[in-house]
Each structure stands twice: as structure tokens, then as C-alpha cells.
Design a protein around this ligand. Structure first.
Ligand code: CP
Length: 309
């Protein structure tokens, strides 16, 4: 297989296992490229990409921008906070104005679930979802599984626990879809108030006890408590959350194996994870960030191959 089965990357839900295998194989090639002295290839010299960020981002925004530059695409960056969105311009008007400047691919992060899906039905450009509300964050999940594969040799059969605020997490849903396609076993761990009620229908387990969850797993993907998406209190206090669901070195040392620690960032140090765990040898948090560039190069490259020149 040399082509993706999809024409946009809106979510992992729309991908199949062959798509992920192709993305990983292409990312392997680009990972080798970005470790060369000259980290650039001319592949997308005729492609223009707009990065539209309606919500804050550090890793995803810079990683997409770097991936595009490494592929020699022309890029424009849009940040809603400094734009005419603040004067009331709609999403579709904003995007149509940008597209009239002859843009081929849109990368979009938006606080509303379904924003990238909505755009795909109204505009004639390729769309990559860089995170839509609490729905999906497909490139994050791809880089997460790619990093597990790099660290442990494969994803198939590995036991992965996703810990924390699952309810408000687009990373969790995209990770569940990806890990299932690749044959991993998945459990969720966190306060019951932060676990969506329908989630077990997706075929994942739930463990309320963090120590038991860590004893079970090969990989722990730790998520941030997303206060900005909460309009009510989901647990009594941060202190209690940390006591029950925070990972610290003492707890890790009490587990009789070297589990791999992941976090999509940004980290709340001292809340869901302590610094001595986040910065430990067991942590692959910065490898995830590094792999994000190769994964995004692969996704952009594969979608661009479908554009008629
Ligand atoms: N992991 C992630 O999406 O981080 P940013 O919000 O900084 O892009």
C-alpha cells in the first residue's frame, strides 16, 4: 500500500491498520532525514500549507511548522487571538479567505469538536485535524504509538494504561483508536467523574486503583487535568487528585518492573506527575515530541501525494 485510504486526516476513527503502517514506514524515512546534517527534502516545494490555530498550542503548532519547512512547503500561520475572528468573522469566512490565496492544505486546531469535519464538508482543500475540542488529536496518537513501537519494538500485545482526565481528552480517544488498531490492550485509570460513561463500549478496561493499573501495564500515558474545559468541580481538590492519581518516584519504585512513562504535554509538574518521574530514564516524553516532527512530515507528505499538480 502506497496511498492512504483517506483524503483528509480528521481522526484516527477513519483510518485502518494499513494507513498507520504506511504512516509509520514513511515517518521512519523522515526520521532518518531529520537526523542528517541537512534536515530538509524538496518534496513539497509546490505545496502551500496554512496552519490555523484557534486554540493555544506549543508542541503541535511548532511541530507542524517544522515538519512543513523540512518538506520545503510554503507556509502561512494564523493565530485566532491576533486575527479578525476577534472582530466576529466566522470560521468558514476565515478559511475561505485564506484559501483564496491558493492554499493546498489546512492544518486546524479548534476548541469545538467537529470543526475539522465541518470544514472538510465545505471547502476544497486537504484538512489535517490538529486537535478539535475533546474529540480527536490524530497526529498526537500516531506519534504516541510510534514512540511505543520505537521503545518496545512493537505495539501489538503491549498493555497501555491511560491515566487522568479522560473525559476532556482528545488524546485519549485518538490513542484508544490507534492502540486498538495496532493490537494493544488498554485500560483507563482516573476519577470516575473524569471517565466518560460510554467509554467501556469501546472495548477498554477501567481500573480505579493507580497502583494496580501501574502493576498491570507496560506503558503509562499520563494526561493533564484540563481545568480550562471544566465548568464544574470533578474532584474535591488538586491535593486529593495528586494523592490518588499522581505518579511519583516512590510509587514507580514500588512497582516491580520498568514501565514506560509518556505524557502528551503540557505537564502540570507535581499534579499528575512529579519532576523526578517526568525527567527519569523511564520517561519518553521528549522522544514523543521529537517523533512528532517525523510523524507530521509523513502525514503531510502522504496527503500531498493525492493533490493533482
Ligand atoms: N500535545 C499537545 O497537543 O500539546 P500542545 O497543546 O502544546 O500542542
Amino acid at each position: 500500500m502506497t496511498q492512504l485510504s483517506v483524503t483528509n486526516l480528521l481522526g484516527i476513527k477513519h483510518l485502518n491498520k494499513d494507513d498507520i503502517t504506511l504512516i509509520f514506514k514513511t515517518a521512519d524515512h523522515f526520521k532518518e532525514v531529520i537526523n542528517r546534517p541537512i534536515k530538509k527534502v524538496p518534496s513539497l516545494r509546490d505545496i502551500t500549507i496554512a496552519n490555523l490555530f484557534f486554540e493555544n498550542s506549543t508542541r503541535t503548532k511548532l511541530s507542524f511548522e517544522l515538519a512543513e519547512k523540512r518538506l520545503s512547503a510554503d507556509i502561512i500561520n494564523f493565530s485566532a487571538a491576533q486575527s479578525s475572528v476577534k472582530k466576529g468573522e466566522s470560521l468558514i469566512d476565515t478559511v475561505n479567505n485564506i484559501l483564496s490565496m491558493k492554499v493546498d492544505i489546512i492544518v486546524i486546531r479548534h476548541p469545538n469538536e467537529g470543526a475539522s469535519d465541518f470544514l472538510s464538508r465545505h471547502i476544497n482543500a486537504k484538512i489535517i485535524n490538529a486537535g478539535d475540542g475533546a474529540h480527536e488529536h490524530p497526529t498526537q496518537a500516531l506519534l504516541d504509538s510510534y514512540s511505543i513501537r520505537e521503545k518496545l519494538g512493537s505495539v501489538k500485545g503491549k498493555k497501555v494504561v491511560i491515566i487522568g482526565d479522560i473525559l476532556h481528552s482528545r488524546v485519549a480517544l485518538s490513542n484508544i483508536y490507534t492502540l486498538q488498531l495496532l493490537g494493544a490492550k488498554i485500560k483507563l485509570c482516573g476519577p470516575t467523574t473524569l471517565i466518560p460513561k460510554h467509554i467501556t463500549k469501546l472495548g477498554v478496561g477501567y481500573e480505579n486503583n493507580l497502583t494496580k493499573a501501574l502493576e498491570w501495564c507496560d506503558v503509562a500515558n499520563v494526561l493533564r487535568v484540563q481545568h480550562e474545559r471544566m465548568d464544574i468541580k470533578y474532584f474535591p481538590s488538586i491535593r486529593e487528585y495528586t494523592q490518588l492519581f499522581g505518579i511519583n518516584k516512590e510509587l514507580l519504585n514500588s512497582i516491580n518492573k520498568d514501565i514506560v512513562i509518556m505524557h502528551p504535554g503540557p505537564i502540570n509538574r507535581g499534579v499528575e506527575i512529579t519532576s523526578d518521574v517526568a525527567d527519569s530514564k523511564q520517561s519518553i516524553i521528549l522522544n514523543q515530541v521529537e517523533n512528532g516532527v517525523a510523524i507530521r512530515m509523513a502525514v503531510i507528505y502522504l496527503l500531498a501525494q493525492q493533490i493533482k499538480r
